[in-house]
Design a protein. Sequence first.
Length: 625
Amino acid sequence: MSREDDDKILRELPNLLVARGWDVLPEPRFGSIRPDVLFGRDGFIVILESRLSAKSPHSAWVLDMADQVARLEKLLGARRGVYGVILTRAPIPDRLLAVSSRYPVRLEHCSRNASAGETARRVADLCESLSKRHRAPRTIEGTEVLGDLAISTNNAGIAASGMSATNLTFGDESGHVEADLVYQIGRLGRKLGKFHPSVLALRSELAQVQQSEASYREVLADQLAHLGSDSIDVMETSAELASLLLHNGKVSEAADLFGQAAEQCINVYGPENPKSLTLLNNLASCLASLGRLREAEELYSRILDARLRELGPGYPDTLTSQNNLANMLREAGRLDESIEIFEEARQACSRSLGRDHPIAMTLANNLASAYSERGDLSRAIPLYEQTLSDRIRVLGQSHPETLSSKNNLAYAYTATGEKQRAKEMFEEVLADRVRVLGRDDPNTLSSQNNLANACLALGEVGAAIELHAETLSARERILGERHPQTLGSRNNLGRAYLMTGNLERAITIFSRTLDLCAEVLGDSHPDTFTAKVNLALAFQGNEEFQLAIPLLKSALDGRMRVLGPNHLDTIEARVDLALAYAQDGLTERAAELLRVSLEARERLLGPTDPQTVWARQALDRLATE
């Protein structure tokens, strides 16, 4: 190929990536860092260098690129990491493949027989594949995800649509990447042996491309056997497997692996190293998901303090820590504290990164969610609407985060009583997610769940049951019976049957949900308490108070212990138990519980909040009976 063809590749490649949503910076200059071109999207950066005219490759290429990657990552603070790609037509020797496998650097061999257009498309596909792999990133620093709260209209409280998960599914463009990794593993394995560190590193990379728990476990076992438990490679593979387990709903095992990796990282790099803090953050996220909120708060606070000392306010990692701590406090029912941290982070982000930065829009979205949970819809809805408008303008109508904002706004409309308007928005989000993400994507299934709940709120029970049953079936098939989102679907289907008066069917479903929640999440998880309440309500509807009241007492005691007396779910559990007592004729016990609940709601929500007004009216009715 001629020099003209080589130049044509570098001209066509940026056009292909821009069409796929990438930003392009040709001939960037960052001091002594001067690659041919730099591509970026969603916090992930690719440095590209062309060595197409070179007759033979050199190890200095890889080492120089690895140095550029490390320096640029530190300079730009890329949230999902930086990766280097070197294009060459020269044969790549085994020793150089072994060297490159130890760094975030890709040596891409370009065939002399391929046209410039074919080569450009292949490299564009490689960039896409690298980007998707870095959603569960190769380096520990990138495994931290700044979550976007996607509230479901889940009347029963088991969140079927929590912080929006990143889709880890790889498209067709990963096919040649996987085949190339298999080839390299075979080639280096024959030369160096299948347990050489470089071969094991490539096998770990292949496990990531395949998103295979089994492959990760096999690599990890071999690394432990041949490299030892103190190997950095063991730490990184453990972190990558933990990220995949967390995505697959295996939170307890993920927490164990993150804890082990964090302990090893602290021993090697120190407690305030960015790698250590990221692993601790991921451990805290698991603990929060397991309902171990006090432990999660302690870790999140410790990480935030360290980042404020090292980085100061307004830095992306510091803002991420503030976001995560505030979300945890929101889950714990400490809404005033949560809102204060969100507002502080949002102001710092606006000063340092600007209003249109993705983190700024996430903070605005999550602040709106906290306002919504506090019942302050007059602040929540305008903020949701502004965030949706900003995301449409910056990211486009069909971007996943735009659809998340639209979902949350629909939820807020439900809370104001605009149920038909909310249902129509949920229908739009579902249609968009089917088109953009596919019918089996977890976020699509969350939208289907939310539409079902919107139908239920409008009294369209038949449609709600059909949608919930479809969602449950899909989640069982895709995620498995024990995944937390599947438990959410089972719970919601039971609620729909409860509203139709089909109590026996509801009891059967709720009983199985409670058993699974206890097995998967543990007896002290908030969702397990919710499952107890729902089964109790079904028994109560059947006037089986001897079965309902012990379950309600257990749920109230658990929420008091785990969430505290002022959490809204604890107050709701007290009301549920009071109503069961009243229905069973134990009016004095019921009145005492209602009085305590009314005082708490007046203090937390205000005297005019609908929930406060309802509690006051219920207590008045009870006094006249």
